[in-house]
Every structure is written in C-alpha cells, then in structure tokens.
Design a protein around this ligand. Structure first.
Ligand code: PEP
Length: 256
C-alpha cells in the first residue's frame, strides 16, 4: 500500500511572514489529518520560519531546489547541509520551471538526486513532456529519458527512497489538467519502466505523484486512478482552503 502524498510547491511566492500566516491557517485545518503525507515547499528564505511552526506536527518540509556540491564557490546556490539544517526532509528536483528557465538537465537532476540520498533527504523528482512533445507522440520517450538519465546509476534500493512526480509541462499553471486517464496512462508507463529497470517490488512501492493544475475539484478523480499516489500542487497550495481540501480528498485513498 502506497501512502498518498500531497506536496505544495509555493514557487517564488510568500515572504517569511506570509508563509507563517499560511502555515498557521493550514495547521488549523489539518491538525487531525492522518493517512496522507503532507509536504510544504516554501522558498529558501521561508524554510526556517515554516519549520519552526510545523515541527512536531504531521506536516513535512521540502526545498524547491538545491545544488549538488557540498560547499564552495557557487554564488547564489544553496547546499544540502543548508536545507537539511533548516529541517527539510524533502527536496523537489528537476521541476520543469528549473529545466525551462534555469538550464536544469537530466545530468544535473542525476547529480542532485544522488546527493539528496547521501544526505538522507527524499527527492521528489519531476518528469514530464512539453506540449509539442505530446503532440508529436513523444510523451513516453521524454518521460523515459527523464527517468533513465535522471536516475542513472542508482540502485533499486536507492530508488525506493525517491518520489517521482509526473508533471506534463502543458498542464502546469495553465488551468489545463491532464485527464485522470491521461495521467494514469503515463503513471502506468513509469511503473512498468521501473519494473523493467529494477524489479516489480521497486515499481510497486515507488510513489508517483501527478502535478499540473491540481485543484479541489479534480483531485478526487485523479486519486481514483490506481497508479496515482498523490499530487504536487502549485497554485492551489498557496491558499489554506484549497490546499487543505485537496489533502482531505486525497486522504480518502489513504490508510487510516
Ligand atoms: C507545480 O508547480 O509543480 C504545479 C503543478 O503547478 P500548478 O499546480 O500551479 O499547475
């Protein structure tokens, strides 16, 4: 049984003060929640504030990116030990916005995933095709490359510690969601791929999230699909009401 996971990617939104307000509102709504893992991923500058408010609760903390080197002359970058010390347990790696605007590649994803595991952080590895790739029938090929190259050289045991997020780029922040069937088709493909590369245990235990305009009104249909284990939520994670509704609805699939 894979425990559902709902992660909120706040992107470049919320100052530490605004983040604190949102966390307070979320805590009021989500204190009793069980059967679903919840992760908040604020910007680097709000990590510590958020951690101080959620420690001891069921809410988890994630960073939105990280550099793979341990320290050194990398102006503007943030290391694993830095995010770990702020209380992070998770880190988002390879988000399509990082790939599109900041030159993230499968190679940098691979380095970051490897480093995340070394630091005992759970990487949420994002994969997914752009619109023109889907229209050219290349969805599976792109996703396969993201997975094979992004996870290259990892053992099956290591892969068991990661979370994969399938995020079709054309559905991110556009209001255009993949249908539950479209999403499940790719999730099934990813699981088969993991089974082919590793084995059936790795494939069946790895959590695969869907991301792309997830809202309270579409989460239930997405979660009803067999291979969808949760969601990486952008826009709708910025409001306590919508994010907590998504969590509540995802919980229905969860263990209690
Ligand atoms: C995301 O940032 O990963 C995302 C899926 O954003 P949105 O929910 O706004 O489409």
């Amino acid at each position: 049984m894979r425990k559902p996971l709902i992660a909120g990617n706040w992107k470049m939104n919320k100052t530490p003060r605004e983040a604190a307000e949102l966390v307070q509102a979320l805590k009021d709504k989500l204190t009793e929640i069980d059967g679903v893992d919840i992760v908040l991923a604020p910007s680097f500058t709000a990590l510590e504030t958020v951690y101080n408010l959620i420690k001891g609760s069921k809410l988890g903390l994630g960073a939105q990116d990280v550099h793979w080197e341990e320290k050194g002359a990398y102006t503007g970058e943030v290391s694993f030990s830095m995010i770990k010390e702020t209380g992070c347990q998770y880190v988002i790696i390879g988000h399509s916005e990082r790939r599109q605007y900041f030159g993230e590649t499968n190679e940098t994803v691979r380095r970051k995933v490897k480093a995340a595991l070394k630091f005992d952080l759970t990487p949420i590895v994002c994969v997914g095709e752009r619109l023109e790739e889907r229209e050219k029938g290349k969805t599976f090929q792109v996703v396969e490359n993201h997975i094979k190259e992004g996870l290259a050289t990892l053992s099956g045991e290591a892969v068991l510690k990661i979370v994969i997020a399938y995020e079709p780029v054309w559905a991110i922040g556009t209001g255009r969601t993949a249908t539950p069937q479209q999403a499940n088709e790719v999730h099934t493909f990813i699981r088969q791929l993991l089974s082919d590369i590793y084995n059936r245990d790795v494939a069946s235990q790895t959590r695969i999230l869907y991301g792309g305009s997830v809202k309270p009104d579409n989460i239930s249909a997405l979660m009803a699909e067999q291979e969808i284990d949760g969601a990486l939520v952008g826009g709708a994670s910025l409001e306590a009401q919508s994010f907590s509704e998504i969590v509540q609805r995802a919980k229905i699939k969860g263990v209690n």
